[in-house]
Design a protein. Structure first.
Length: 335
């Protein structure tokens, strides 16, 4: 099919008008995905010892081994993009495992938590929470962030421009950006995006095969459980009631597919994380209890509508760009 400049402008205009409706529809579609058929992870902090005898916890090793072919390989030198005067490049720091990076999708926080007058050691594996209604998916300007029916929230890295809206709206700032890779280099290297966003995809390919995520399988203490979401949710609620314990992820951000259980309150755990990370290291954030989904606030929804025209125009341009390559134009001026 030939794409002309006239067709391009028409498509871009229509997309700009309808993008707000698309964002709203994405939100409704995510909300319509029921727990039936979804999976979830339980992370038991009473069992996790952080693989304290090893240099690197086994869940991290398994994740890095599983995803090594999915890590970015940037072209250098990396060009800064307007209006930024710097870029995010982790390619020379791939060995880092104590925070989230484009090359490290899970890490373990080793904490000393004050609880009932005692200092308790707590080890907290951290990765994407895979929310029920992920704001990162609803507000992705490029439509490449998806909540799958099985539960994982997945970024299509082949279409990501690295705009980082997903990170901006995530309560835990999970997605991490690598510059020098991605479609933006072909489409608008000086003006759009800034790379590609990367995060845990819950080993969605393994889940579709009926298998467990790599981190779950690798845990020597069976501190991670994986199964149907309703079953996992029932388990953590019963466990908390029977053990006088606490659950995190059941209601946070409107609900997630990752449930933590602990005998130490998560308020204390989050406080310990804040005290540990006063240096402002990226990819390491608190576990605030009861954190709300930003799109449930009027200001959050307004942000989505303001994003919509930009999203539509960029989306239309991307669709046209992909279609135009190698195609002859008709009687109009070639696009």
């Amino acid at each position: 099919m030939a794409i002309t400049r006239r067709t391009f402008l028409k498509r871009a205009a229509v997309s700009g008008i309808t993008a707000a409706a698309i964002i709203t529809g994405t939100r409704k579609a995510a909300a319509g995905v029921t727990a039936q058929g979804q999976y979830a992870t339980v992370i038991d902090l009473t069992k996790c010892d952080g693989c304290s005898l090893l240099d690197t916890p086994l869940c991290i090793r398994a994740c890095r081994r599983k995803n090594r072919n999915n890590y970015p390989e940037p072209e250098k030198p990396i060009m800064d993009y307007w209006p930024q005067k710097q870029h995010e490049d982790w390619s020379d720091k791939r060995e880092i495992t104590d925070r989230l990076t484009p090359y490290n999708w899970i890490y373990v926080q080793h904490l000393e938590v004050e609880h009932r007058g005692e200092t308790v050691k707590v080890h907290v594996p951290r990765r994407c929470m895979h929310c029920d209604n992920p704001p990162c998916s609803a507000l992705c300007p490029f439509g490449v962030n998806e909540k799958t029916p099985e539960g994982p929230v997945v970024i299509n890295t082949n279409g990501c421009f690295g705009g980082a809206k997903c990170r901006d709206v995530c309560p835990w700032k999970i997605p991490q950006r690598q510059a020098g890779v991605g479609l933006y280099k072909e489409v608008a290297p000086k003006f759009a995006g800034g790379g590609v966003m990367y995060k845990c995809d819950l080993c969605c390919d393994l889940v579709l095969q009926g298998r467990e995520p790599a981190c779950v399988t690798a845990c020597p203490k069976q501190a991670m459980l994986f199964g149907p979401k309703k079953q996992m949710q029932s388990y953590v609620r019963n466990w908390a009631e029977e053990n006088g314990g606490y659950v995190y992820g059941d209601v946070e951000n409107g609900g997630t597919s990752t449930f933590y259980i602990s005998k130490v309150p998560f308020e204390a755990i989050s406080r310990a994380i804040k005290e540990q990370d006063l240096d402002g290291k990226p990819g390491r954030v608190p576990m605030d209890v009861g954190v709300e989904n930003p799109l449930d606030r009027p200001s959050g929804m307004l942000e989505g509508f303001l994003l919509a025209p930009v999203a539509g125009i960029i989306g239309a341009g991307l669709a046209v760009y992909r279609t135009m390559k190698g195609v002859e134009a008709d009687e109009d001026t070639p696009a």
